[in-house]
Ligand binder design. Structure first.
Ligand SMILES: [Zn+2]
Length: 441
């Protein structure tokens, strides 16, 4: 008998890789934070002596979700400004509050609120983009969640930095040093959008990203007005400008990509660009519906992000995954456009690939980190279960996620957050609400 830390025995296990497999009567073995074996339950009982055995007789075990685009700290602005187009939402709602209140303390509390919500929703890895990224990274380490922390780069002064060179130097410090080879944290450059940086800054950024071998994530072609304004200012579509500046390549994570021409999609495919699709945010801000089916037909890797809760109101990846499948079907007039299994893959392994983490997380395979979510399907609205993946994608709600492990650490145990003081977090969230509400009058 071999010792192992944990033996998990779910009713169903959907490893995502290999694709289209649903295992029953199987166990997942976790040791030192990693998945070390996936094998028939009877063999597992003969082979392993676990410290902890967890039986989940009505549950489906899946890889944890990978949320490839959010602004965690903005969770404190959830519901602050709704029902406005993007530009008005920024100018009337978000920017005045950010100008007054963004600080290390605000980012810590907002990020903690976001992480608590993400873990209860089955997310085990997220890609972030916000000011004070060093606080985002430290909070993720404190709470032990996997994250790709994007360092914001713009050219106007904020509480974090004053000008392009200060953003760049602070960003480079974070990317360069403390998190190289960290088990949970990776970093990337996160220029906000094409309109936020000069050509010179993009060229400097590209040189730095190449030297340090890190990814770049950027909001791109989110709205038609972003494109129209860029054409007026520069004579070029944002995509064309970034392409000329050498930013469009396999280390780019392009967020939104709602309005893309067929020609641009072809260049994306040839360049190996990864897309972060954020359907709820695009719907709520009336930005449009991204042509995800076209991307996938061209072989482009499309992952799923929730965007920040200030625009999309929730960090619920189950619901984002469902929207991805439904919108793709309706917009392509094709009920087969994205299947339930494909949607689950986009929300897990394809997300990990978009962040360069496919060897580490995103599927239930021996050798990967034990980043796992367990979903209770024994609810009336998820019965009967012919296919657990169908129930997961088309019926499950976030409160059916009962257990979450990140690098083998049991973070959510029967619906209870194990390492976060939720009462204290609720208090701090309410304090921020009072401050923000006062500043928008
Ligand atoms: Zn965003």
């Amino acid at each position: 008998m071999q010792h192992c830390d944990t033996l998990i025995a779910p009713r169903w296990c959907v490893p995502v890789e290999p694709a289209n497999v649903v295992l029953t009567e199987h166990a997942v073995i976790v040791n030192d934070g990693r998945i070390t074996d996936v094998l028939p339950l009877a063999d597992a009982h003969e082979k392993y002596q676990p410290s902890v055995t967890i039986e989940k007789p009505h549950h489906v075990l899946i890889p944890g979700f990978v949320n490839t685009h959010t602004h965690s700290a903005m969770t404190l602005m959830r519901g602050l400004a709704d029902d406005m187009p993007l530009e008005v939402w920024l100018e009337k709602g978000i920017w005045p509050v950010e100008k007054r209140w963004v600080s290390a303390e605000m980012v810590r509390d907002g990020t903690e609120l976001a992480i608590a919500e993400m873990i209860t929703g089955g997310t085990t890895c997220f890609s972030d983009q916000y000011f004070f990224p060093e606080i985002v990274a430290a909070t993720a380490v404190d709470l032990q969640i996997r994250a790709m922390v994007g360092t914001p780069i713009i050219e106007f002064p904020t509480a974090w930095a004053n000008d392009a060179s200060e953003y760049m130097s602070k960003a480079t410090d974070l990317v360069h040093d403390p998190y190289i080879d960290h088990p949970l944290i990776s970093t990337c450059f996160a220029p906000h959008s094409s309109f936020a940086l000069s050509d010179k800054s993009f060229i400097d950024l590209r040189v730095m990203a190449d030297q340090l071998d890190v990814r770049i994530q950027i909001h791109l072609h989110e709205t038609q007005s972003e494109i129209d304004t860029a054409i007026k200012r520069t004579g070029k579509r944002p995509f064309d400008r970034l392409h000329e500046l050498g930013i469009v390549n396999a280390s780019l994570l392009a967020v939104h990509c709602v309005h893309m021409s067929d020609n641009e999609i072809e260049v994306f495919a040839k360049s190996g660009v990864n897309v972060a699709h954020c359907p709820r945010s695009n719907l709520k801000l009336a930005s449009g519906i991204a042509p995800v089916t076209k991307y996938r037909k061209q072989g482009i890797n499309v992952s799923i992000g929730t965007d920040g809760a200030a625009s999309s109101n929730t960090l619920d990846m189950l619901s984002e995954m469902r929207k991805t499948a439904l919108l793709a079907k309706a917009s392509a007039s094709d009920a087969t456009a994205i299947s339930a299994a494909q949607a689950l893959r986009m929300a897990t392994l394809d997300g990990a690939a978009a962040l360069g983490l496919a060897a580490e997380t995103g599927s239930i395979e021996p050798g990967k980190w034990a980043d796992l979510s367990c979903v209770d399907l024994n609810r009336l609205h998820s019965q009967p279960v012919y296919d657990p993946v169908s129930q997961l994608v088309y019926t499950a709600r976030a409160d059916q996620i009962t257990d979450v492990w990140i690098a083998g650490r049991h973070q959510l145990d029967n619906g209870r957050l194990m390492h976060i003081d939720t009462d204290n977090l609720l208090e701090r969230s309410n304090e921020w609400r009072d401050r923000f509400a006062a500043s928008i009058g």
